[in-house]
Design a binder for this molecule. Structure first.
Ligand SMILES: *Cc1c(COP(=O)(O)O)cnc(C)c1O
Length: 873
């Protein structure tokens, strides 16, 4: 450099600036997306007829039919020799997508023109399920499209079945995100979902010899018609490297250098609101290797190394971690989290700079980030980094902005789910972010120390850094300190957060804390999955319930109408048949449709206590075998759910369910009284068949452990009665429907905690004849005749005084509640009345209500209506 005549120091600064520039705003120019960038000659041309608005696409049956045939023939290039259902599905989906596309653009234009505040839902999981029938319903083209398909000789059921579930989540948390964005679109709120486009979603589960077997879910294999790749919006995410100082003495600056970068390419998925012209966006990021990454190694002649590093980069979005409510302490998981947070924030900040330049004074008034659990909470430090390092803001200005636009939702009280990352890992992977976290912590602890002088215990308790043999970053604390709002997901859960887990923080900032009880979208979870019940309800009270679920309360008066009850019952019966037919291949049970359908489907986890349910099933079996069957209520007990592949106890519970089922279902003596089944591969689509056909919903977690639950709400909305503990949203469900329409049992959260110190399961077992006999059957190997000892770990856990889930403690109370439920079912008129009242009382549990509360208390967005399609043409 000296050779060209510049003083060395100067050239260093120049080099530094150029180097820096390459990471910040002009990023795009350096990326391999040149061909997708706006083309100057096209943009500058004043006459742009090619950009003019198109006439609206028709939504009559004949318009749809022509488009389906066109897509099949021309877009897909298939002919009469290729009459596959898959291509027919794709042609139908493209036809629907075209209609979404028109509304999607208008929604985008409306938000741009309104220059409105926006919120972003950051979530590592979006458990979307299928999109086709939901899009048809929300667009309001379900009737003409059904007619079209019939005319074209296509079977709607068969077409719909071609679509893979988008299973980009584990369970409740991911499904909540999906229901939330549905409600945001229906409420016309400018909210965008940000997530990860996993190449492999939630594994597929099959059962072999009673054991869970996992298979990879390569859901993108046959293409995903709903996504739109947006390479022109690619951003660069950095990892590794080191930090150093630059700038002059009066303006010291830090920078992050020698990084290994990965490109984040967005794929947009449309999220239609209910018949309102709004189509919002779910933006999912895919990791792609940079070109220069490869070039270095190619130039060095190391082809294999180049391919390896490319794979390393692209591994980031390869697979969803299949653990629900437990930590995934792997480096790749931290990479995924930072990748999501950084790409999403860069996307928002870049757009801000495009419109406002480097003036961030109104950024926090126009943007809000909702963090779905701690998974994306590194966003707090990343926004600080972007504002300070990339845009030159002072610490105080950056902190003021960050803490005015971050909001955090906690989803669990289980200690094993609280994310902590080793400081060592952070230093290696995200050195600049670790510095920022240390600085946040130092300033925060200063605040604590001045509020509680000399309280060193409190400082240690509240520090973002946990000391110990290895220092760890407490991600939940980072989220709390960096957010203006912290919420739990049901009344009890929020209460326990404030009084327990986050008590110190609640004392410091009581006004940050609030509750937002979860919900479900009534479009998918009633209108879509239970069309017959939806029509009956609409016939009775009109269709206002679809967007105002509280109107279901008007159903209550129909509970006394015996003709209405009769029709209600017939629909439940039809749905039971539909459930069995759907599951016929995997569940060949000869079930009486008059039997009580008793269902527990959810992730398999000890705290959810599938084991308690199994103990009750064994108890019923025992009663039948001893001839105690007078006034018996025939039952079909169904289980379903995935166990995390590394969760030994959960997998063993699946094995127990299957072994017990096989003993019971083979026993002719038992057949008229009891059937047991395990529904493999529980997922969103399965639940759409299961909840409409359920009579009794099992919500039996140890009190104080289930944050909210949302499966409980899907069942209630579809007319199931609940047997449950005072846990999560069960408490609010019972409040809404009244104690006489809910089968309550078990210890309260307080009683559970009070009992821990002297919990003595052996004496409970010895003191209860029913439980003693059940344990004896288990211990005698009755359900594992040729597999000695396999259930010992489960038996031991029930008998352990330190059993965190206190299964034995609630057994007697559970059995008694089950007796009440069985007796109630014998009076079908009374049961149906209670079923109607449950549905009628479920209005509170719409995500439309939940989202309205998020918006009222946290986001404060103004709804925006797009103009109707074709309005300008
Ligand atoms: C609703 C839902 C859940 C959550 O169920 P909980 O009973 O609340 O744990 C999990 N998985 C799927 C597929 C769901 O649809």
């Amino acid at each position: 450099m000296a050779a060209v005549g510049f003083p060395a120091a100067h050239s260093l600064v120049v080099w530094g600036r150029r180097k820096r520039r390459s990471f910040s705003v002009p990023n795009l120019i350096l990326l391999n997306t040149g061909s997708t960038m706006p083309n100057k000659s096209l943009v500058n041309n004043k006459r742009k007829p090619w950009l003019a608005e198109l006439p609206a696409l028709g939504i009559k049956a004949k318009d749809l039919a022509l488009d389906i045939r066109r897509h099949f023939s021309y877009t897909l290039g298939r002919d009469k020799y290729c009459a596959s259902a898959h291509y027919a599905y794709t042609a139908v989906a493209l036809t629907v997508r075209d209609r979404l596309m028109e509304r999607w653009k208008n929604t985008h234009y409306a938000y741009e023109e309104a220059n409105c505040k926006r919120a972003y839902y950051l979530s590592m999981e979006f458990l979307m399920g299928r999109a086709l029938s939901n899009a048809m319903l929300n667009l309001g083209i379900d009737d003409p499209l059904n007619e079209t398909l019939h005319d074209l000789g296509l079977d709607l059921e068969e077409i719909v079945e071609c679509e893979q579930d988008a299973g980009l989540g584990n369970g409740g948390l991911g499904r909540l995100a999906a229901c939330f964005i549905d409600s945001c679109a229906t409420l016309q709120l400018p909210v965008m979902g940000y997530g990860i486009r996993y190449e492999y979603g939630m594994f597929r589960q099959s059962i072999e010899n009673g054991h869970q077997v996992e298979e990879p879910d390569h859901w993108l294999r046959n293409g995903h018609v709903w996504e739109l790749e947006r390479p022109e919006l690619t951003v660069r995410v950095r990892f590794g490297g080191r930090t150093d100082d630059y700038g002059d003495g009066s303006h010291p600056r830090r920078r992050w250098v020698d990084t290994q970068d990965v490109l984040a390419v967005p794929y947009d998925v449309p999220v239609p609101g209910y018949r309102n012209g709004t189509v919002n966006t779910l933006r999912l990021w895919k990791a792609v290797a940079t070109d220069e990454f490869d070039l270095q190694d190619f130039n060095a002649g190391d082809y294999a190394e180049a391919v390896r590093s490319k794979n390393m980069a692209e591994n980031i979005t390869m697979v969803l971690y299949p653990n629900d409510a437990s930590e995934n302490g792997k480096e790749l998981r931290l990479r995924q989290q930072y990748f999501l947070a950084s790409a999403s924030l860069q996307d928002v900040v870049r757009k801000w700079v495009l419109v406002h330049g480097e003036d961030f004074s109104e950024f926090a008034d126009k943007n809000c980030f909702q963090l779905n659990d701690t998974h994306p909470s590194i966003a707090v430090a990343e926004l600080m980094r972007l504002l300070i390092d990339e845009h030159g803001l002072s610490w105080d200005d950056a902190w003021s902005i960050t803490t005015r636009c971050m909001a955090y939702t906690n989803h669990t009280l289980l200690p094993e789910a609280l994310e902590k990352w080793p400081v060592r890992l952070f230093r290696q992977l995200l050195p600049r972010l670790l510095e920022i976290i240390f600085e946040i912590n130092a300033r925060f602890l200063g605040e604590v120390a001045s509020r509680w002088p000399g309280d060193l215990d409190r400082l240690a308790r509240m520090s973002l850094i946990e000391e110990g043999w290895e220092q760890q970053v407490r991600m939940a604390y980072l989220a709390i300190v960096g957010s203006f709002s912290v919420n739990g997901v049901a009344e009890l859960h929020s209460h326990l957060l404030m009084q327990g887990l986050f008590r110190d923080f609640y004392e410091l900032w009581p006004n940050k804390f609030n509750n937002k009880t979860n919900g479900i979208t009534p479009r998918r979870w009633l209108a879509g999955c239970n069309p017959k019940l939806a029509s009956l309800i609409t016939e009775a009270i009109g269709d206002g319930w679809l967007t105002d679920l509280s109107q279901l309360s008007r159903l209550a008066e129909f509970a006394d109408d015996s003709a209405f009850r009769q029709r209600w019952r017939e629909i439940k019966r039809y749905n039971k048949e539909r459930l069995l037919k759907y599951k016929k291949a995997e569940l060949d049970l000869d079930v009486d449709l008059e039997a009580l359908f008793d269902v527990q489907v959810k992730r398999i986890h000890e705290y959810k206590r599938q084991l308690l349910n199994v103990l009750h099933v064994i108890h019923l079996y025992d009663r039948i075998k001893r001839g105690d069957t007078s006034n018996w209520t025939p039952r079909c007990v169904l289980f379903g759910g995935k166990a995390a592949p590394g969760y030994f106890m959960a997998k063993r519970i699946i094995k127990l369910i299957n072994n017990v089922a096989s003993v019971i279902n083979r026993d002719a003596e038992v057949s008229a009284f009891l059937k047991v089944g395990f529904l493999p591969n529980y997922r969103v689509t399965a639940m759409e068949y299961i909840c409409p056909g359920t009579d009794l919903s099992e919500q039996i977690s140890t009190a104080g452990k289930e944050a909210s639950g949302t499966g409980n709400m899907k069942f209630m909305l579809n007319g199931a009665l609940t047997i449950g503990t005072l846990d999560g949203a069960n408490i609010e469900i019972r409040q809404e429907v009244g104690p006489e329409n809910f089968f309550l049992f078990g210890l309260t959260a307080e009683e559970v905690e009070a009992m821990r110190s002297h919990y003595d399961p052996e004496s409970i077992i010895n003191g209860n004849e029913d439980l003693r006999r059940v344990m004896h059957l288990l211990e005698s190997g009755h359900f594992n005749q040729f597999e000695p000892g396999i259930f010992d770990p489960l038996i031991q856990s029930i008998k352990s005084p330190s059993d965190p889930w206190m299964t034995a403690a609630d057994f007697a109370s559970y059995v008694e509640a089950q007796r009440r439920a069985a007796a109630a079912y014998l009076d079908q008129e009374q049961w149906t009345r209670m079923s109607i009242l449950n549905c009628a009382a479920s209005g509170k549990f719409s995500t439309d209500r939940t989202i309205s509360e998020y918006n009222r208390d946290i986001w404060k967005l103004t709804p925006v209506s797009p103009s109707p399609v074709g309005a300008q043409s």
